[in-house]
Design a protein around this ligand. Structure first.
Ligand code: ATP
Ligand code: MG
Length: 593
């Protein structure tokens, strides 16, 4: 079975069981300052798991793109990828353990679904502790489907418990499903420590609320949240030893072979450098498709780091010419039917990768020399070989070396890096630089005051004006609004000229003078797209959205709030235009003066 077939089977199975299919959300979490990336299918659903009503209903299913930076060090092993797809089904206060386990069991074992022989499967359930009891129910349910007691392991919270997401909130036991990947027959008794048992699916039962006092109180709305790793399941079902041996990675490796001018290599013999390149550039392509460009902090920094690591692994393979965008093109071609944002943003993805690669390559050579100087300066008799935090920071600051790269390269010559020292140098620098001190935000309004709402409307007008003057490549990359001013970040490769700024200012002021009504309507995401409304963050789950329309000037999917009429803004003035990060410009502006 191919990954595409498994994805389809999963969604169809849960649709038949009354689940509404929702769209994969962006890799960039919408309103979650605690997490840089969407790490699981449940991540975008947290508000609904906490009790908010989901517009699509109480039974949901999807395939969700995920990034786990925490797993980057394990990348290259058979089953941990930086980017992967998670298949999921949810019950929001609807079915609970009995039905969830029955559906998992049916999907895994039914000949018309995955058709896995029961003998190849094993399960874990929560063993119980001083806070919450042994999950007898889950245990009995698996037994009821014919699973032998030897194949159900009882494990503590560290393995079989989810949440809460913060310090308080919904949480509960989970049950995990494992597939035997070793020699046949599979052992009668399940040993969860044996790595040949690979975890493929996880059903979480949210049944408690953890209180501030640390007690676990049963929830009135009990939820089910499940996640199955698509690449992993594909690999094990195909009898492959790793995700990299599946057809998912074949076109990516083929592109790499073409770059290197080598004959195709058997999938099982791909080296760790090849795996890292394939994994990282797959992840990078998806992050770029969701509107992030390489930069110095947060998601842009993660993106930069994985692109640069891929380039360095390429050097190890002897690749001297630019290659990353060629690999990305293979990712785009292979996945754009499932994730259209890859196709829509293909040009940007390729251009950004080319740019980042050119920049990195030019600094890389100098950085390597600099690091070598530092290393050579230490006499051979010194036993404690350390690169100081200050020097590591300088390599980062001047030569664009991600700290991980310095650690790796220094390590190759027996050196360690003073990481706390690096952190401190980094922090000091951040405090000094204005950018670092500025508050980080997402779609952010500082408050919902009347002034803020007016500036928010001005932001929509400004975006529309910029698109008219500069072109439709202009898209919001960030917006921060206080009661005093707006700050709008948007994609545009060059400095905006004073003439263009004056023209934008004029267009906005024209719209203000026309005193147009700001209309708010609710509709489905698809209807919104059809009306040509701009969406800020690409694919969003959820069926209904609000669209703000300002005459024929602007139409945006947006949560509001806004002014009632453009006339309320009185006037508009641009104070400043500057670079925000590469390919992103920033405008600060005020109204009513
Ligand atoms: P593991 O212990 O193997 O890292 P996990 O407990 O972190 O897995 P979950 O958070 O339960 O995994 O995620 C649900 C499913 O997503 C897993 O059963 C697995 O199939 C898949 N998955 C998790 N992390 C990765 C990854 N880094 N790459 C590929 N698939 C993954
Ligand atoms: Mg994990």
């Amino acid at each position: 079975m191919t990954a595409a077939e498994i994805r389809k089977k999963y969604i169809e199975f849960f649709r038949r069981h009354g689940h509404a299919e929702i769209k994969s959300a962006s890799l960039i979490p919408d309103n979650d300052p605690t997490c840089l990336f969407t790490t699981a299918g449940m991540h975008p659903l947290v508000p609904y798991l906490s009790g908010a009503e989901h517009p699509a209903g109480k039974r949901l299913t999807d395939y969700q793109k995920c990034i786990r930076t925490g797993d980057i060090d394990e990348v290259g092993d058979p089953v941990h990828l930086t980017f992967f797809e998670m298949l999921g089904n949810w019950s929001l206060g609807d079915y609970f353990k009995e039905e969830a386990i029955a559906m998992s069991f049916e999907f895994l074992t039914s000949p018309s679904e995955l058709g896995i022989p029961l003998d190849m499967l094993a399960f874990t359930v929560f063993a119980g502790d001083e806070n919450a009891p042994f999950d007898q129910e889950a245990f009995d349910l698996w037994r009821g489907h014919g699973v032998s007691a030897d194949r159900i392991a009882k494990l503590p919270k560290s393995d079989n418990w989810w949440g809460p997401a913060g310090t308080t909130g919904p949480c509960g036991p989970d049950t995990e499903m494992f597939y035997w990947t070793g020699e046949l027959p599979a052992p009668k008794v399940f040993d969860p420590a044996d790595k040949r048992w690979v975890e493929i699916w996880n059903d979480v039962f949210m049944q408690y609320n953890k209180t501030a006092e640390g007690t676990f109180v049963p929830l009135s709305q009990k939820n089910v949240d499940t996640g199955m790793g698509l690449e992993r399941v594909t690999a094990v079902l195909q009898g492959k030893k790793s995700c990299y041996e599946t057809e998912i990675f074949a076109p990516i490796f083929a592109a790499l072979d073409a770059v290197r001018g080598v004959d195709s290599i058997p999938a099982a013999q791909r080296t760790s450098s090849e795996r890292i390149i394939a994994d990282h550039l797959r992840a990078a392509s998806f992050i770029l498709a969701d509107g992030i460009t390489p930069g110095r902090v947060d998601q842009p920094y993660v993106l930069r780091r994985i692109i640069r690591r891929a380039i360095r692994e390429g050097r190890k393979l002897g690749i001297e010419k630019p290659f990353v965008s060629k690999i990305a093109q293979a990712v785009i071609d292979a996945m754009k039917d499932v994730y259209p944002e890859l196709g829509t943003n293909a040009q940007t993805i390729v251009a950004e990768l080319d740019r980042e690669e050119a920049q990195f390559v030019s600094t890389l050579g100098n950085g390597i020399k600099e690091l070598q100087k530092l290393i050579d300066r230490v006499p051979p008799f010194v036993t404690k070989k350390v690169i100081s935090g200050k020097n590591a920071f300088n390599l980062y600051e001047t030569y664009g070396f991600p700290i991980e790269l310095t650690v790796e390269m220094a390590g190759e010559q027996g050196f360690t890096v003073d990481l706390p020292g690096y952190e401190e140098a980094y922090r000091k620098h951040q405090e000094l630089s204005r950018a670092g001190a500025e508050q980080k935000f997402k779609g952010g309004l500082a408050d919902h005051s009347e002034e803020t709402a007016k500036l928010h409307t001005a932001t929509h007008l400004l975006q529309a004006a910029l698109r008219k003057i500069l072109g439709t490549h202009v898209e919001q990359r960030g917006s921060n609004i206080t009661a005093e001013r707006l700050r709008f970040d948007f994609s545009h490769p060059d400095k905006v000229t004073p003439e263009q700024l004056a023209e934008a200012e004029k267009l906005v002021n024209d719209a203000i003078r026309a005193d147009i009504e700001v209309k708010c309507e609710e509709m489905t995401l698809d209807e919104a797209r059809k009306t040509g409304a701009m969406g800020l963050f690409g694919n969003k789950y959820g069926e209904r959205v609000t669209v703000y329309t300002i005459g024929d000037v602007s139409k945006e999917i947006c949560g509001g709030p806004h002014a009632k009429r453009t006339g309320d803004l009185k006037s508009f003035k641009i104070l400043k235009e500057e670079s925000s990060s590469r390919g992103v410009r920033r405008i600060k502006a005020v109204i009513g003066r």
